[in-house]
Design a protein around this ligand. Structure first.
Ligand code: GLN
Length: 194
């Protein structure tokens, strides 16, 4: 089988690190900023950033509805931090009306934005991750957590008693940023789903 072609939504965030991680995990990888680039990929990574700004940019670039449609159609996706927020079916503390984070409804879950932020803005933790034999060093930056998962969603990891990693079929989401640590196992896990 030829390598899957994975796009990285390149509005904000660690685009380069995700591209490198995907390539090391065995995928072909390129950035997605326009419709024809979205149409060309088999799967998509949605990096961190600010989910409110990313929603706004998706609308400006006329990518919001096409992306939602591709997700509804089963395109695999991996969302990290703000990307997790966007993949949710429901967002709590989404922002101010008109300038809020818009759920793309890829994963049946309710996510709270900036959830850890009230306790501590950024922190790191070694967490157990279903499917990996040793803990993942997870970096959280104004990170969300998951407050509800639907029946088809598998919880893959928790931090401080909160859900921070999930999978539903070929959709994966983490509250943290694996692209920042050089540990490619989560990107590999995603690429292996494809
Ligand atoms: N707090 C950001 C948001 O609400 C997410 C932060 C991140 O992606 N590191 O979108």
């Amino acid at each position: 089988m030829s390598a899957p072609h994975v796009g990285v939504l390149a509005l904000q965030g660690d685009t380069r690190e995700h591209l490198a991680a995907l390539r090391e995990a065995g995928a072909e990888a390129s950035t997605v900023r326009r419709l024809r680039e979205l149409e060309a990929v088999d799967a998509l990574v949605i990096p961190g950033g600010e989910s409110t700004t990313m929603s706004h940019l998706l609308r400006e670039l006329e990518l919001l509805e096409p992306l939602r449609a591709r997700l509804a159609d089963g395109m695999p996706a991996y969302g990290s931090c703000a990307g997790m927020i966007l993949l949710a079916s429901e967002i709590l503390d989404a922002g101010t009306a008109g300038r809020d984070a818009t759920p793309l409804k890829g994963i049946d879950m309710t996510v709270r934005r900036n959830a850890f932020g009230r306790q501590v803005d950024s922190f790191e933790d070694d967490i157990d991750f279903t499917g990996l034999d040793t803990p993942v060093h997870a970096v959280f930056i104004r990170a969300p957590w998951v407050e509800r998962v639907g029946p088809d969603v598998e919880v893959l990891g928790e931090a401080a008693g909160h859900i921070v990693a999930v999978r539903q079929g070929k959709m994966l989401a983490t509250s943290f940023h694996p692209e920042m640590t050089g540990d490619r196992r989560i990107h590999k896990l995603f690429v292996d789903l494809l």
